[in-house]
Design a protein around this ligand. Structure first.
Ligand code: NAD
Ligand code: MG
Length: 399
């Protein structure tokens, strides 16, 4: 229905890797979308530039300290975007009726409440922020159903799986789907073949140099430890309702097959494409239609071959921890996620070794008791407890 366009879009985490890719796709479709609000943590200069280019009604800086400076900059640019500050303002622009579409692309636990606010407002929610689902999967999916939101996965693997599902299941009905397995593909990151005894001494820049994808630093480190695949395992469990025993990880170094769905008749459906997040973003924006993304066509003859192998839990202990947290259930995934956020930040700051990330995660997962995740307060309290435990333990590891 052309009368519905252009639709207002809020981009949470607009200055990040996913946020910028989203704005690139939106700008290709000015007839369909206009930007309603952009949010950022504290990148004032980039946010001002994005406001000038996309003219949103609101710009939100989560860190209130910078609000005055952003206002001054926008005034100097002659930009009429209104500036708001703080976590509540992020929630407000996520829930505002003027934006029926929300891209949730904040990194980490900070993205949970605004993503949930968009869900509770019954919107089309494009979910990049996997940590939100890892922390509060059951509550989040219950809210999607009870508020009639449309949840579309942006994570390339989950977007691929979504595209390989039967239409009835895409529309939210999960009856007798004939699905036997989900095959989550993983590149293996920059250290897939590195000698195991070199891992203790890799630098943050080496860990962030992903062979196929260009991403924010936190998810890049998660890809190097394969905690990212562990978080994605938990994400897939909640999005698609499969038990962990029916979700397998396959190492596929070329990142061309973004994931697969196996059916009871032996069929395996895969989604392929170049490793460029604008494809899943455009898919989720346009669904059930297809819209242009700016991604170049896949040249299979140039790629030549696709390889597959099984993941190694000795090299990637974080993947084993994610299976354990999912089996434990309750607040265990939120605890693991929180520990990992603390560990990755400490690694990026040069305070701990790469291999300490997994040991810190394991320590916190085994020392913070899991509870039933029956409401959001319990989940958020588990997140705080896990961070406290991780920070206390950090001091014993610091170099
Ligand atoms: P990024 O670090 O590049 O960007 C993060 C964004 O969140 C920035 O706009 C930043 O300002 C904002 N932000 C950070 N901390 C905040 C806070 N405390 N409060 C408010 N805003 C805050 O990260 P990214 O690579 O774009 O990833 C974003 C999310 O998407 C992550 O959850 C990641 O796992 C997921 N994801 C990313 C990719 C990718 O290709 N980059 C792929 C799949 C999933
Ligand atoms: Mg992914």
């Amino acid at each position: 229905n052309a009368g519905l366009y252009p639709q207002g879009v809020t981009v949470l985490g607009a200055t990040g890797s996913i946020g910028l890719s989203t704005l690139d796709v939106l700008a290709r479709h000015p007839d369909r979308y206009r930007v309603f609000a952009l949010t950022a943590h504290r990148s004032i200069e980039l946010l001002a530039e994005l406001c000038q280019r996309h003219s949103p009604r609101y710009a939100v800086l989560a860190d209130v300290q910078g609000v005055g400076e952003l206002r001054t900059r926008l005034a100097a640019l002659g930009c009429s975007t209104q500036v708001l500050g703080g976590a509540q303002a992020m929630i407000d622009v996520a829930a505002a009726a003027e934006a029926p579409v929300v891209m949730a692309a904040v990194v980490g636990a900070a993205g949970l409440l605004p993503a949930l606010a968009a869900v509770r407002a019954g919107k089309r929610v494009l979910l990049a922020n996997k940590e939100a689902l890892v922390m509060s999967g059951r509550l989040f999916m219950d809210a999607v159903r009870s508020h009639g939101a449309t949840l579309l996965p942006i994570d390339s693997e989950h977007n691929a799986i979504f595209q390989c599902l039967p239409p009835a299941m895409q529309a939210g009905s999960g009856v007798d789907r004939g699905i036997t397995r989900i095959l989550l593909t993983a590149s293996g990151g920059p250290f897939r073949d590195a000698p195991l005894d070199t891992l203790a001494n890799v630098t943050p820049d080496q860990a962030c140099a992903h062979p196929n994808w260009s991403m924010g630093r936190k998810i890049s480190v998660d890809s190097a430890t394969m905690m990212n695949k562990g978080l994605e395992l938990i994400e897939a469990h909640w999005l698609f309702g499969l038990a962990p025993a029916h979700i397998d990880v396959v190492i596929h170094p070329q990142s061309v097959i973004h994931s697969m769905v196996e059916y009871v008749d032996g069929s395996v459906l895969a989604q392929l494409g170049n490793p460029d997040m604008r494809t899943p973003i455009a898919h989720a924006l346009g669904w059930p239609q297809r819209i242009v993304s700016g991604v170049s066509p896949l040249e299979l003859c140039k790629i030549g071959r696709l390889d597959f192998s099984a993941p190694d839990f000795t090299r990637f202990p974080c993947l084993r921890l994610a299976y354990a947290a999912l089996e434990a259930g309750g607040t265990a995934p939120a605890v693991l996620n929180a520990a990992n956020e603390v560990a990755v930040e400490a690694f990026l700051q040069g305070r701990i070794r790469f291999t300490d990330i997994a040991s810190l995660n394991e320590y916190v997962l085994t020392h913070v008791n899991s509870q039933a995740a029956s409401d959001l307060e319990i989940v958020l309290a588990a997140d705080v407890r896990a961070r406290d435990e991780a920070k206390a333990r950090l001091h014993t590891l610091e170099r």
